[in-house]
Design a protein around this ligand. Structure first.
Ligand code: IMP
Ligand code: MG
Length: 182
């Protein structure tokens, strides 16, 4: 059996810290949109727990849709290639859209997504990310809402994977470079 990395890894952000910060960001979004309807576009699969916890704290008429994008393969560095695996179900024309992402690293994924969704004539479009690694940026993109800026470390848990594993963990952990998958 493979060793469970979450048992040996350092916790970067605990479940309690996540809950607290997500409540704050949700209150900010609720306040900013002032009763207007918002479509939350979750980027699968990393957004799942964040998306679920965030939307339950928001007091606005909201609708939900999801996209699936491939940016990374099994490794831990960005390929720079973005491919749409699943597109939105409905038109976003005239809607307030918030893209909900797990993490911004190089920025390639969100830069592509923002451009692509902007061309569909939404009323407004903003980015809400759980994590941001600003020191890794290769393209110019800044989130409108960000829960935590983190250092240049590969992290996992709470939706974020190591080679598709550990998405179900409640905390966010730092992956020791010695444990990187091949
Ligand atoms: P970007 O296109 O380089 O900004 O990468 C964004 C995507 O890469 C995220 O949506 C994640 O799926 C993945 N990613 C980037 N950094 C990490 C990390 O530290 N842990 C897990 N996934 C990551
Ligand atoms: Mg990933």
């Amino acid at each position: 059996m493979k060793k469970d990395l979450s048992k040996v890894a350092k916790v970067l952000i605990s479940e309690d810290e996540l809950k607290q910060k997500i409540k704050e960001i949700a209150a900010q979004i609720t306040n900013d949109y002032n009763g207007e309807e918002v479509l939350f576009v979750g980027i699968l699969k990393g957004c799942i727990h964040f998306y679920s916890d965030l939307t339950r704290e928001i007091d606005l008429p909201l609708t939900m849709d999801f996209m699936s994008i491939s940016s990374y393969g099994a490794g831990t560095t960005s390929s720079g290639e973005v491919k749409v695996l699943k597109d939105l179900d409905k038109s976003i024309c005239g809607k307030n859209v918030i893209i909900v992402e797990d993490i911004i690293d190089s920025g390639n994924t969100l830069s592509y997504l923002k451009r692509s969704l902007s061309s569909r004539q939404p009323k407004s479009i903003k980015i809400c990310t759980l994590l941001d690694k600003p020191s890794r940026r290769k393209v110019d993109i800044t989130p409108d809402y960000c829960c935590f800026e983190i250092p240049d470390e590969f992290v996992f848990g709470y939706g974020l994977d190591v080679d598709q594993q550990y998405r179900g963990k409640k905390n966010i952990y730092i992956l020791d470079p010695e444990d990187y998958p091949e």
